[in-house]
Design a binder for this molecule. Structure first.
Ligand code: ATP
Ligand code: UDP
Ligand code: MG
Length: 493
């Protein structure tokens, strides 16, 4: 059913947005609420935008789109089909133009854009939960965060929306500059600089540069939100400062005493006492952090007014300390918009974790932590620490981390060395690169076993479960589909 407040595209607006040329369109009357890129989703009246992908060239499906009731197509070459076709130079860029056009039609919309190596979707849910209390909020669905997904989300804007919270992902330099320029954020947030997609970027400094592109498209009076505890904070601050003076930081960092901005007398006195570094707090920071099996608690503090720290207790229904960092980031982004601290806390306490990100279930008396949505080296270690904090027997089931390029084997071995320091009873690994993780763990203690197929792993896992109640955590890159192990385990019990 069409949303009554949905925007309706017509010939002239489609042409105006894309600068394309209409063909076979004499006498046609286009009035479409949806622009779709997949024939499998077409409904009568839709405009079909044909994209050339890795497997298919959607120009081959235009006849089929026509038969299914599409009212027009946006194409890179005119095809032999008697339906209105809007010819553009590049349909992917045309999709971006359409998204940009829709954003520009809502100058009063308040947009929060966020990026980072880990935690984007989780933090987006938290921000959406806070802003959704105030007014209708459009939020990135699923993981539509790339150069195609972001404009697709903008096409869903309606007159009802007062806020939009959009996740921007980066596979390469320039991608966020492109998506951010169509999003035009009022608040631009970087969560962290990790090692996701290290392969494509060739180094963390480049990842930091790619993410900081989000600041380049801020609106006038736009606010940059910075991760104070991140190693790359100084670089990000430098980038942000080129675009806005309005900045808020979250978290805390230890800095060498000479960089702490102290009065010289204070610095000299501390140095005389042998102090070489100090802990500094960002504009928003957490303390009294406690993590439990199902939630975390902390105090949310603001440090804006030097004479007064505002502080409120938070009961966060997410597990793991990294989610306290995500909650702080969400608090900073909404605080920048003037949302009162009390309302921020209520929103955080009502947020729900997206599926497959450290979600907990019970299987035949055992505890399962499902973190199978995706993995990178940082999030693997974070998840392992969540498991370590559990009581009783702990089993870590890990699949390969993808997209690490030439660094893959080294990164997997490094992860193994880090895992070996944790108190975990068994580690079962799957894939190609994970053999290096297993070897590195076993160098220090013989608790890991590597598998190349899921049935053998499952077999051994079932044996381990027969010895009494355990907690298992499953994680791997998306392509490893580690959730199928949980499904098999559930089905056989
Ligand atoms: P993607 O790039 O795949 O869209 P994302 O950035 O949206 O990922 P989420 O889906 O929110 O991230 O979380 C994915 C996983 O990353 C979580 O299950 C958790 O293991 C880990 N994670 C989440 N937040 C953080 C954080 N702040 N620091 C480190 N790891 C995190
Ligand atoms: N597509 C389609 N109908 C189909 C199969 C594909 O419309 O039956 C579209 C798909 O939505 C995408 C384009 O064709 O926009 C290219 O598909 P491909 O799978 O190659 O895309 P990829 O995701 O690999 O880039
Ligand atoms: Mg995501």
């Amino acid at each position: 059913m069409t949303n009554p407040s949905a925007y309706l595209w017509r010939q002239d607006t489609l042409k105006q947005a894309t600068q394309g040329q209409w063909h076979h369109a004499d006498g046609a009357k286009i009035c479409a609420s949806r622009i779709v890129t997949d024939t499998r989703q077409i409904q009568a009246g839709d405009v079909f935008l044909a994209i050339k992908g890795e497997r298919f060239d959607a120009h081959d499906f235009i006849q089929s789109a026509h038969q299914q009731g599409a009212s027009a197509a946006i194409v890179e070459r005119i095809v032999d089909c008697d339906m209105p076709q809007l010819l553009v130079a590049d349909t992917k860029l045309a999709l971006g133009d359409l998204g940009r056009f829709r954003r520009e039609a809502h100058p009063d919309l308040t947009v929060v854009a966020l990026t980072g190596s880990s935690g984007k979707t989780t933090t987006k849910e938290m921000i959406g939960s806070i802003l959704g209390q105030i007014a209708p909020t459009l939020m990135t669905r699923g993981n539509l965060n790339n150069d195609l997904g972001v404009p697709m989300m903008l096409l869903e804007l309606t007159d009802e929306h007062r806020f939009a919270v959009l996740e921007l992902g980066a596979n390469h330099l320039g991608e966020i500059a492109y998506t951010a320029s169509m999003v035009r954020p009022d608040v631009a947030l970087i969560l962290n600089i990790g090692t996701a997609h290290l392969g494509e970027f060739g180094g963390r400094a480049n990842i930091a540069r790619a993410k900081s592109e989000i600041y380049s498209a801020l609106t006038n009076q736009g606010v940059a939100i910075l991760p104070f505890s991140d190693e790359f904070y100084p670089e990000l601050l430098n980038e942000a400062s080129q675009f806005t003076e309005l900045q808020l930081s979250f978290g805390e960092r230890t800095v060498p005493i000479e960089q702490a901005g102290l009065e010289l007398a204070d610095q000299t006195m501390l140095e005389a006492e042998g102090v070489s570094s100090v802990l500094m707090m960002g504009d928003l920071f957490a303390d009294d952090i406690e993590t439990f099996a199902t939630h975390s608690t902390f105090s949310l503090n603001t440090n804006i007014d030097i004479d007064q720290i505002d502080s409120l207790p938070v009961h966060l229904p997410f597990i793991g300390e990294h989610n306290v960092a995500n909650a702080l980031a969400a608090a900073a982004a909404t605080f920048a918009l003037g949302v009162p601290l009390e309302q921020i806390v209520t929103g955080l306490e009502r947020a729900t974790p997206p599926k497959g990100r450290l979600t907990r279930l019970s299987v035949d008396g055992h505890s399962v932590i499902d973190d199978t949505y995706n993995a990178n080296p940082t999030s693997m270690l974070v998840a392992a620490k969540v498991l370590e904090a559990e009581l009783g027997t702990k089993i870590l089931v890990l699949g390969d981390i993808f997209e690490l390029g030439d660094a893959a084997d080294d990164e997997h071995a490094k992860l193994g060395h880090q895992l070996a320091l944790l108190e975990i009873d068994h580690v079962l690994t799957l894939g190609n690169h994970m053999a290096h993780t297993t070897a590195a763990i076993n160098e220090q203690k013989p608790i890991a076993k590597h598998y190349t197929d899921k049935p053998s792993l499952l077999n051994d896992l079932r044996q381990l479960l027969s010895g009494g109640s355990v907690t298992m955590l499953f994680k791997g890159s998306r392509g490893m589909a580690m959730e199928s192990l949980i499904a098999d385990l559930t089905a056989s019990n």
